[in-house]
Design a protein around this ligand. Structure first.
Ligand SMILES: Nc1nc2c(c(=O)[nH]1)N[C@H]1C(S)=C(S)[C@@H](COP(=O)(O)O)O[C@H]1N2
Ligand SMILES: [Mo]
Length: 328
């Protein structure tokens, strides 16, 4: 038996998501060494993602969260979460965010909150991290393109943040905007760029105040990789991924429903609500199934898509009486 292939025993008490991550990383490195030409190209964005993996956060354990909020499904490995995604500010390829988002300056950072609030103002990132109690939330994230992941986010309820600015009773919607900095965002300079920057999203006030709706500042116990929306992003687990806007700099409370990026671009394909719904197909593809990452040609890992992405028990009540095939 070859010594090199021996795997050191790990006491079961130490088998955590983090140690699984480290051992898989070590495996990927050795795989890259074995198959140089191809793996080098595939491996480099991953190594870049590792170099940017953030600072350790202090947070309450997922198990302490409200029942039903945390899934015990297999978590998508860190490498997949950090290397495959959408962040059009950096390009439209799934690997562009990991390749280019390192250029984005995330320190200093502040979020401005205004509109229909009693106390408009700005919070800087240090204050946000000091003021709000962080907790882990293990959520499914389902992209409208029919791939999905399970991510252990670290964050706090969006409602906690909004409360501090004293929403007025006239506030019925919330609008979010992403940083727009052309010199650091090659996707916004591209001739093929189709979005009217900055990227915008919105929620109805009751959706924004729902306890599932999270502002994430980290994943896998550490601050967010830039490509996943550092330093803070929205996570709305029962809606298609495009609602979960990244790298937020501005939040505005409004009386009217805001125009949002994907809805403005293709209103027949992407609605304002964008609730995950296997019964309502996208005009160009079925929404009945999804590819759960990690997914490959040989192991597509196809799973059925669930109503409200599996959060119907918590959120179906928000949409009572609404025709969800019309208000998709
Ligand atoms: N600013 C901004 N936010 C964004 C996007 C984007 O292109 N720009 N893409 C959205 C889409 S389509 C998805 S599926 C998720 C992906 O999040 P992830 O890369 O962390 O998995 O981010 C969403 N947030
Ligand atoms: Mo998406």
């Amino acid at each position: 038996m070859s010594r090199r292939l021996r795997i050191p025993p790990i006491p079961s008490s130490e088998i955590t998501a983090e140690s699984a991550y480290i051992s898989r990383r070590a495996f990927m490195r050795s795989a890259a060494l074995l198959a140089t030409p191809l793996a080098a190209g595939v491996g480099s964005p991953l190594l870049a993602a590792e170099a940017r993996s953030g600072m350790a956060l202090r947070y309450a354990d997922a198990a302490a969260g409200p029942a039903g909020f945390n899934t015990d499904e297999a978590q998508t490995p860190f490498e997949d979460v950090a290397s495959y995604g959408n962040f059009y500010e950096f390009g439209t390829d799934k690997s562009d965010p990991a390749r280019y988002a390192g250029q984005m300056t995330v320190d200093p950072w502040s979020v401005e909150v205004d509109g229909a609030v009693g106390k408009p103002g700005k919070l800087n990132l240090e204050d946000i991290l000091a003021v709000f109690d962080l907790e882990e939330r293990i959520y499914r994230l389902r992209c409208v393109e029919a791939w999905s992941m399970v991510v252990p986010w670290v964050g706090f309820p969006l409602g906690d943040l909004l409360q501090r600015f004293e929403p007025q009773s006239s506030a019925r919607f919330v609008e979010f905007r992403t940083l727009y900095r052309r010199e650091e965002m090659p996707g916004t300079r591209s001739f093929t760029s189709i979005i009217d920057w900055p990227y915008r999203e919105g929620l109805r006030m009751d959706e924004a105040m729902h306890p599932l709706t999270l502002i994430a500042v980290g994943l896998y116990g550490r601050t967010l990789p830039n490509q996943n929306g550092a330093p803070l992003r929205l996570v709305v687990p029962w809606k298609y991924g495009f609602k979960s806007i990244k790298s937020i700099v501005k939040i505005r409370l409004l009386e009217r429903q805001p125009a949002t990026s994907w809805q403005s671009l293709a209103p027949r394909e992407y609605g304002f609500y964008a609730n995950v719904n296997p019964e309502v197909d996208h005009p160009r593809w079925s929404q009945r199934y999804e590819r759960r990452l990690p997914s490959s040609l040989l192991r597509p890992n196809r799973v059925p898509t669930r109503m409200f992405n599996g959060y119907a028990e918590q959120v179906a009540g928000l949409y009572k009486g609404m025709d969800l095939s019309r208000l998709y």
